[in-house]
Design a protein around this ligand. Structure first.
Ligand code: SAH
Length: 329
């Protein structure tokens, strides 16, 4: 607006229209002079994403498959909790990391999302449902957020500014497979987002096998980056640990894990492995597994949580987002 020689507050009106009110057409921006609405016509349609399908579970988890203007697809999930909701966002079409247990990696990497495409996932969800109110954003959908660094940071800023959705950065979590330079760079930003690191294995031998990115950024470097991030931002780091029964959850593995975890104030979030493709999950005894982790970690006061799997029946759970239509859709 200032470039056009207009008053700056018109820019804020447009921003609020797009982000706070989530308007779909310029004519809904009735507070904006018609002259300016006409000048903005080339930007219509305003939505960068189109809803292709919407699936929900009985517990209220909703997954949307979005179609991007270049024909690619992404998925986004809204998870209602008791008094607030969490949206799980995608940052890339596909993913270059190819972790063996994750469905997104199977797609390969297509491209980064723009900051607008990241933001629109939330704007469009907000327009559909506001109950329970949105409080948390987790960058845990398709893709590796720290490999789309600039657009990620821009989206975080857009989500939190006044005139927009005004979401608290403290309620946003960036989840990374351990892109060390990205973690270090984010630590330097004037942002207060939480860091979650998908550790999944406590030895380089095992981690190399299931997360090829570990060959580039081995565990020790990832932990060093986590320590630095925690020192800069305070709070705790969350380590995510998808359970591979009999592989990364043995007593020996848990003891090795402990040696890493005691180095940084952290929480350990255990994630039951969700099936990708047609694999049936082996119904492991989660209580026994939790007890085993607890017995090793309790003395160190490392908080241990088990992620309740939400949306598995609609393939909306961790590691199941693949951005394509199932037969049933
Ligand atoms: N690339 C980022 C964000 C996307 S993955 C990252 O790696 O953190 C989000 C989480 O889903 C990760 O913690 C990952 O370990 C977990 N995950 C991937 N596949 C899974 C599966 N099949 N079952 C359970 N969790 C899975």
């Amino acid at each position: 607006m200032s470039d056009w020689g207009e008053k700056r507050f018109h820019g804020r009106q447009v921003f609020a229209g797009l982000h706070r009110r989530g308007v779909q057409t310029l004519d809904e921006m009735t507070d904006l002079p018609l002259r300016l609405r006409d000048q903005l016509r080339p930007w219509e349609p305003l939505d960068l994403l189109s809803k292709i399908s919407r699936r929900s579970t009985s517990d209220g988890t909703v997954k949307i498959l979005f179609w991007l203007r270049d024909g690619n697809y992404i998925e986004t999930v809204r998870i209602p909790e008791e008094i607030h909701a969490t949206i799980c966002l995608s940052t890339q079409v596909g993913c270059p990391l190819d972790c063996t247990f994750c469905a997104t990696g199977k797609l390969g990497f297509k491209r980064n999302l723009t900051s607008g495409e990241i933001v629109d996932q939330v704007v469009i969800f907000q327009r559909m449902t506001s109950e329970p109110p949105l409080r948390n954003l987790v960058f845990m959908g398709m893709g590796e957020p720290l490999l789309n660094y600039d657009n990620l940071v821009k989206a975080i800023r857009v989500f939190s500014v006044s005139d927009g959705l005004e979401l608290s950065q403290k309620r946003m979590t960036v989840s990374t497979a351990g892109i060390v330079p990205g973690i270090l760079k984010l630590a330097e930003e004037e942002l207060t987002v939480k860091m979650a690191i998908s550790l999944n294995a406590p030895t380089d031998t095992l981690r190399n096998r299931i997360m090829p990115i570990n060959r580039k950024y081995p565990i020790k470097e990832v932990i060093m980056a986590a320590i630095l991030y925690q020192k800069m931002k305070g709070g705790h780091i969350t380590f995510e640990y998808a359970l591979l029964p009999g592989i990364n959850d043995t007593l020996e593995m848990i003891k090795t894990l402990r040696e890493w975890l005691i180095q940084v104030p952290c929480k350990l979030n255990l994630i039951p492995l969700n099936p990708i493709g047609k694999d049936r999950p082996s119904r492991a005894d989660w209580d026994a597994i939790m007890d085993r982790f607890y017995s090793v970690l309790v003395r160190d006061r490392i908080a241990l949580t088990l992620r309740r799997s939400r949306g598995a029946e609609i393939k909306a759970a961790c590691g199941q987002l693949a951005g394509r239509m199932d037969q049933s859709e």
